[in-house]
Design a protein around this ligand. Structure first.
Ligand code: NDP
Length: 292
């Protein structure tokens, strides 16, 4: 029987750490970190996500601000808002909720966010820093997965890791983070051959595909650590992951449930990223002042 990696409990602990860090920063610089969340349009899931992000920020003392723009917003208008937020000293973190309406190019928008305020870690500068093993703002979901592995004390050095999925948001940064911890990493995707055989080699198996219960228990090596990033609805409308939990759990050493595994870690790490962006910006300003 696999030990459950409880993202709800670990996420709550991260939020508490952030709350304390925020209080310390307020004492030091007299104002809380600021997080601006931008939502364009009315996508129901995005409305819920952005509200949750703003609410979670406020709960730990971050000044969360939700900018809701109409579906008809042009790229030029959104870029103008980003310029204003980039220049606003009180804003430490900026997040644009994806997906964007079709008239707006997501790449142009993500590229326009100040990398120092890019709390989602999607700006090419942060992607490049992560790839070259330098300090950066790292995408929240893979950062949350790493925290789960760390809390469980899973050995990473030399471990065989298979990441199924190669998105910029989850798969690729997850692979980079595991590599940075000296795991031997394979990235699988829709064109990968013999996926079950590959998965069976993994000490650490991360699924970030978006296909309900695709990965079966007999793809899981006895004792492996299984991290399920997927959030899907099955045919009965039930929320399930990419892993078939019922058949995988008896074989796994550790496993994340869906819901209550990776999901709660994502918002917790967004708050952690906002605090670290605020700290770095304070340090940079301090260094700048010293040089004046
Ligand atoms: P994407 O759709 O961007 O990427 C999916 C990846 O899975 C692609 O790389 C794709 O390969 C690969 N894939 C698709 N089908 C197969 C297959 N049959 N075999 C192997 N690989 C396959 O999704 P995301 O990375 O954005 O999200 C993945 C899942 O994680 C979704 O369920 C999403 O809802 C969830 N998610 C959860 C979060 C959380 O907080 N828990 C946060 C973000 C996402 P290819 O590149 O070849 O097309």
């Amino acid at each position: 029987m696999g030990t459950i990696l409880d993202g709800k409990a670990i996420g709550a602990a991260v939020r508490e750490e952030v709350k304390q860090g925020v209080a310390a920063l307020v004492a030091e610089r007299g104002r809380p970190p600021g997080l601006s969340v931008i939502l364009v349009g009315e996508d129901p899931a995005s409305v819920v996500y952005t509200r949750n992000k703003e609410k979670a920020a406020k709960e730990v003392g971050i000044a969360g601000e939700l900018h809701r723009l109409p579906t008809s917003t042009t790229e030029t208008e959104l870029l103008a808002l980003l310029r204003r937020l980039n220049d606003d000293e009180a804003v430490d973190g900026i997040l644009v909720q994806l997906p964007l309406p079709k008239q707006i190019r997501a790449d142009a928008v993500l590229d326009a966010i100040d990398p120092a305020k890019d709390v989602d870690g999607f700006h090419p500068v942060n992607v490049g820093l992560l790839a070259s093993g330098r300090p950066s703002l790292v995408p929240c979901t893979p950062l949350g997965c790493m925290r789960l592995l760390r809390e469980a004390g899973i050995p990473l050095r030399g471990a065989r890791a298979v990441v199924v999925g190669r998105s910029n948001i989850v798969g690729k940064p997850m692979a980079q983070l595991l590599l940075a911890e000296s795991a031997t990493v394979t990235i699988a995707h829709s064109q990968t051959r013999d996926l079950p055989v590959l998965c069976r080699e993994a000490d650490i198996l991360v699924a970030a595909v978006g296909k309900a219960r695709m990965i079966q228990g007999d793809w899981v090596r006895e004792g492996a650590t299984v991290i399920d990033v997927g959030i899907n609805r099955d045919t009965d409308g039930k929320l399930v992951g990419d892993i078939d939990f019922a058949s995988a759990e008896p074989r796994a050493g550790y496993i994340t449930p869906v819901p209550g595994g990776v999901g709660p870690m994502t918002i917790a790490m967004l708050l952690a990223n906002t605090l670290s962006a605020a700290r770095r910006r304070s340090l940079a300003r301090h260094a700048h002042d010293l040089c004046q």
